[in-house]
Design a protein around this ligand. Sequence first.
Ligand code: FE
Length: 180
Amino acid sequence: MTAIVDEICDLFARCGSGQYGEDLSLERHMLQAAAFAESKGAGRSLIAAALLHDIGHFLHPDSETAIADGRDFEHEALGAAWLSRAFDQDVTAPIALHVQAKRYLCAVEAGYWDGLSDASRLSLTLQGGVMSDDEAAAFARRPAFEAAILLRRCDDLGKDVDMNTWTIEDYRPLLMACLR
Ligand code: FE
């Protein structure tokens, strides 16, 4: 089971420099999301979820082109499914729902859409657009709702071109502690 932690570190090393439409690499974005989760007092499983939330982009052979071409390959589901062999729902469910959380926040929070980056607005359309009232009500009843919203906040914050963070290697002990 611990082999997956090596695989994660390897994926960050090999694919981390990939861009995804923001002005910073995916690796830095994910490390920043983890740092924000920690600063918000999240527990270790949500810090791990923030750290790994976009790992689906690393797993897709054609991720950068897909993003550039405006194709949605459901990176959240891909990432959550890949991680589920070693991590439980406390880590994988917020990852699986972090795109839905954006669609939800656009529906219920005035000004949220205005604060999204251009890349995030573009992907929103591909991801189904703003939730309807019924979709938002159903989403708010999901067990991982709170965690998914917190992860989303960290995702939105983790786009700072100047911020320094820990490295993926620094998170090895935390990831090991989150394994099933
Ligand atoms: Fe993200």
